[in-house]
Design a protein around this ligand. Structure first.
Ligand code: MN
Length: 287
């Protein structure tokens, strides 16, 4: 099931894709939670009812022209992993990390497809990073690796927009500051439930900047795989339904190029992952 959050004249609506239409789930089954995070938190039974509603629902919104929002706008946590692709670690000259490198973004950074990435005046080096995002579906703490995939609700395309001057050259590094300016976390267009992805570690992942292919790799390059990551994170803190985990980026980012390539107003960035769709965002200067 592909789940979307859209904005209509009736407000924000949780929908499922059916052909070229979007089925309004709450209209089909008013007992369902109104948000995607709420649906995940309500558990497998609610997800089964959402599946039924997606098949039988009568109220549909046309996909064409729909205003698609970030699938989950209000996660409790946005956890990000640095240097998690073998080929990207080699590209940057970094050692293959022995433990996950973690940082975070805030929900204020989230935007959906089509919304502009706004360049902050305080950075001159804004870079792009295509990323697979997995979404927690079931609360957990100290989750054994063998049970970890049962806590993953699904996957979506993400973009870890990164101000390199802040991330790398401020005192102490300041990864978090460089990564969480407003609009620096595009996600979407939809969450694809885990049952539809046969192997999340065999997905082609690409990024195009103004139509030019800049990143082209596979999630097979992930150093810390999803099950290991869920288990690792859950030993640090409780994972909650709706939590997002950005899993790191493959090679080809702008800072690794000679000369470096930075995002500029008027650019269009597309991130694509096999089976998860295309996330396209324009880039604009701050008004
Ligand atoms: Mn990243």
């Amino acid at each position: 099931m592909r789940l979307l959050t859209i904005k209509t004249g009736l407000g924000t609506r949780l929908c499922a894709e059916r052909g070229d239409e979007l089925v309004d789930l709450l209209d089909a089954d008013p007992s369902l939670p109104a948000s995607l995070k709420g649906l995940l938190a309500a558990g497998d039974d609610a997800l089964a009812r959402a599946r039924k509603a997606a098949e039988t629902g009568k109220t549909v919104h046309p996909m064409a022209g729909a205003t698609i929002l970030a699938p989950i706008a209000d996660p409790q946590k946005i956890i990000c992993m640095g240097l998690n692709y073998r080929d990207h670690a080699i590209e940057t000259g970094a050692k293959i990390p022995e433990e996950p490198i973690l940082f975070s973004k805030y929900p204020s950074a989230l935007i959906g497809p089509g919304e502009p990435i706004v360049l902050p005046p305080s950075s001159q080096e804004v870079d792009f990073e295509a990323e697979l995002v997995f979404v927690i579906g079931k609360r957990g703490r100290d989750i054994p690796r063998e049970e970890a995939m049962g806590h993953v609700a699904g996957y979506m395309v993400g973009h870890d927009v990164s101000a390199r001057d802040w991330q790398l050259r401020k005192p102490g590094g300041q990864w978090m500051a460089g990564k969480t300016f407003d609009t620096f976390a595009p996600t979407g267009p939809y969450l694809v439930t885990a049952d539809e992805i046969a192997d999340p570690h065999e997905l082609g992942i690409r990024l195009r900047l103004n139509g030019h292919l800049m990143q082209d790799s596979s999630t097979s390059q992930l150093i810390f795989r999803i099950d290991e990551t869920v288990s690792y994170l859950s030993r640090l803190f409780t994972l909650e339904p709706g939590d997002l985990v950005f899993t790191g980026t493959p090679p080809g980012v702008g800072m690794a190029r000679k000369p470096p390539v930075w995002l500029k107003a008027g650019d269009e960035v597309e991130v694509e992952i096999d089976g998860l769709g295309v996330l396209a965002n324009p880039v604009s200067a701050k008004a």
